[in-house]
Design a protein. Structure first.
Length: 142
Protein backbone atom coordinates (compact mmCIF):
# COMPACT_ATOMS: atom_id res chain seq x y z
CA UNK A 1 0.00 0.00 0.00
CA UNK A 2 2.85 2.40 0.84
CA UNK A 3 4.13 1.90 -2.70
CA UNK A 4 0.82 2.52 -4.47
CA UNK A 5 -1.20 5.03 -2.47
CA UNK A 6 1.37 7.88 -2.80
CA UNK A 7 1.07 7.37 -6.59
CA UNK A 8 -2.71 7.92 -6.25
CA UNK A 9 -3.63 4.32 -7.00
CA UNK A 10 -7.02 2.94 -6.12
CA UNK A 11 -6.58 -0.43 -4.43
CA UNK A 12 -9.25 -2.65 -5.93
CA UNK A 13 -8.60 -5.90 -4.09
CA UNK A 14 -6.06 -7.89 -2.18
CA UNK A 15 -6.14 -11.66 -2.56
CA UNK A 16 -3.42 -13.59 -0.75
CA UNK A 17 -0.15 -12.22 -2.09
CA UNK A 18 -1.84 -10.46 -5.02
CA UNK A 19 -2.89 -6.83 -5.26
CA UNK A 20 -5.03 -5.32 -7.99
CA UNK A 21 -4.87 -1.55 -8.28
CA UNK A 22 -5.86 0.92 -10.93
CA UNK A 23 -4.99 4.48 -11.74
CA UNK A 24 -7.56 6.98 -12.93
CA UNK A 25 -6.12 9.62 -15.29
CA UNK A 26 -8.37 12.28 -13.71
CA UNK A 27 -6.56 11.70 -10.41
CA UNK A 28 -3.11 10.97 -11.81
CA UNK A 29 -2.03 12.87 -14.92
CA UNK A 30 0.46 10.24 -16.14
CA UNK A 31 -1.17 7.06 -14.87
CA UNK A 32 1.16 4.61 -16.72
CA UNK A 33 4.29 6.24 -15.27
CA UNK A 34 2.67 6.30 -11.80
CA UNK A 35 1.87 2.59 -12.10
CA UNK A 36 5.46 1.86 -13.08
CA UNK A 37 6.83 3.90 -10.16
CA UNK A 38 4.52 1.98 -7.82
CA UNK A 39 5.67 -1.33 -9.31
CA UNK A 40 9.33 -0.42 -8.83
CA UNK A 41 8.61 0.52 -5.19
CA UNK A 42 6.85 -2.81 -4.59
CA UNK A 43 9.76 -4.79 -6.02
CA UNK A 44 12.25 -2.86 -3.89
CA UNK A 45 10.10 -3.34 -0.78
CA UNK A 46 10.16 -7.14 -1.14
CA UNK A 47 13.94 -7.16 -1.41
CA UNK A 48 14.70 -7.02 -5.13
CA UNK A 49 17.98 -5.40 -6.00
CA UNK A 50 21.27 -6.08 -7.74
CA UNK A 51 22.67 -9.35 -6.36
CA UNK A 52 19.83 -9.67 -3.84
CA UNK A 53 17.27 -12.42 -3.47
CA UNK A 54 13.78 -11.09 -2.56
CA UNK A 55 12.07 -12.39 0.55
CA UNK A 56 8.87 -12.57 -1.52
CA UNK A 57 9.10 -13.37 -5.24
CA UNK A 58 6.84 -10.87 -7.01
CA UNK A 59 6.15 -10.33 -10.71
CA UNK A 60 3.97 -7.47 -11.93
CA UNK A 61 1.88 -6.85 -15.06
CA UNK A 62 0.73 -3.39 -16.16
CA UNK A 63 -1.61 -2.46 -18.99
CA UNK A 64 -3.16 0.89 -19.87
CA UNK A 65 -6.44 1.66 -21.57
CA UNK A 66 -10.14 2.05 -21.05
CA UNK A 67 -11.98 0.00 -18.46
CA UNK A 68 -15.38 -0.05 -16.86
CA UNK A 69 -14.96 1.27 -13.32
CA UNK A 70 -17.82 1.28 -10.90
CA UNK A 71 -20.17 -0.68 -8.71
CA UNK A 72 -20.83 -4.18 -9.99
CA UNK A 73 -23.43 -6.56 -8.60
CA UNK A 74 -26.92 -6.53 -7.22
CA UNK A 75 -28.65 -6.95 -3.91
CA UNK A 76 -26.32 -7.96 -1.11
CA UNK A 77 -23.43 -8.88 -3.40
CA UNK A 78 -21.75 -5.89 -4.98
CA UNK A 79 -18.29 -4.51 -5.36
CA UNK A 80 -16.48 -1.44 -6.64
CA UNK A 81 -14.03 -2.66 -9.29
CA UNK A 82 -12.54 -2.28 -12.75
CA UNK A 83 -13.56 -4.63 -15.57
CA UNK A 84 -12.85 -5.10 -19.24
CA UNK A 85 -10.23 -6.18 -21.75
CA UNK A 86 -7.60 -3.78 -20.36
CA UNK A 87 -7.93 -5.34 -16.89
CA UNK A 88 -7.98 -8.91 -18.24
CA UNK A 89 -4.87 -8.24 -20.31
CA UNK A 90 -3.05 -6.81 -17.27
CA UNK A 91 -3.79 -10.04 -15.41
CA UNK A 92 -2.39 -12.06 -18.33
CA UNK A 93 0.75 -9.89 -18.36
CA UNK A 94 1.22 -10.47 -14.64
CA UNK A 95 1.14 -14.22 -15.22
CA UNK A 96 4.05 -13.77 -17.68
CA UNK A 97 6.19 -11.87 -15.14
CA UNK A 98 8.93 -13.69 -13.26
CA UNK A 99 10.13 -12.53 -9.86
CA UNK A 100 11.59 -9.02 -10.08
CA UNK A 101 10.03 -8.29 -13.45
CA UNK A 102 7.38 -5.84 -14.60
CA UNK A 103 5.75 -6.90 -17.87
CA UNK A 104 4.20 -3.87 -19.53
CA UNK A 105 2.13 -3.40 -22.67
CA UNK A 106 3.18 -1.07 -25.48
CA UNK A 107 0.60 1.44 -24.18
CA UNK A 108 2.51 1.61 -20.89
CA UNK A 109 6.02 1.45 -22.32
CA UNK A 110 5.40 4.49 -24.51
CA UNK A 111 4.99 6.49 -21.25
CA UNK A 112 8.09 5.10 -19.47
CA UNK A 113 10.55 4.60 -22.33
CA UNK A 114 12.60 7.62 -21.26
CA UNK A 115 13.10 6.10 -17.80
CA UNK A 116 13.68 2.55 -19.13
CA UNK A 117 15.22 3.05 -22.58
CA UNK A 118 16.04 0.33 -25.07
CA UNK A 119 13.93 -2.42 -23.52
CA UNK A 120 13.17 -4.64 -26.51
CA UNK A 121 9.66 -5.65 -27.41
CA UNK A 122 8.82 -9.32 -26.95
CA UNK A 123 5.85 -11.02 -28.61
CA UNK A 124 3.81 -13.29 -26.34
CA UNK A 125 0.69 -15.36 -26.68
CA UNK A 126 -2.09 -13.89 -24.55
CA UNK A 127 -5.16 -15.96 -23.74
CA UNK A 128 -8.19 -14.32 -25.31
CA UNK A 129 -6.19 -12.51 -28.02
CA UNK A 130 -6.16 -13.76 -31.61
CA UNK A 131 -2.70 -12.37 -32.35
CA UNK A 132 0.54 -12.20 -30.40
CA UNK A 133 0.85 -9.26 -28.07
CA UNK A 134 3.89 -6.97 -27.77
CA UNK A 135 5.28 -6.45 -24.26
CA UNK A 136 8.40 -5.07 -22.63
CA UNK A 137 9.94 -6.90 -19.68
CA UNK A 138 11.47 -4.38 -17.28
CA UNK A 139 13.59 -5.21 -14.24
CA UNK A 140 13.60 -1.86 -12.39
CA UNK A 141 16.16 -2.77 -9.75
CA UNK A 142 18.42 -4.85 -11.99
Amino acid sequence: MDALLPERAIIDKMIGDEVMAFFVPAFQQDAPAAAMRGAAKILKAVGNGPGKEPWLPVGIGINYGEAYVGKVGTGQVNDFTALGDTVNTAARLQSEASSGQVVVSESVYSHVADTYPDVPVKQIEVRGKAETFGVHVIEPSG
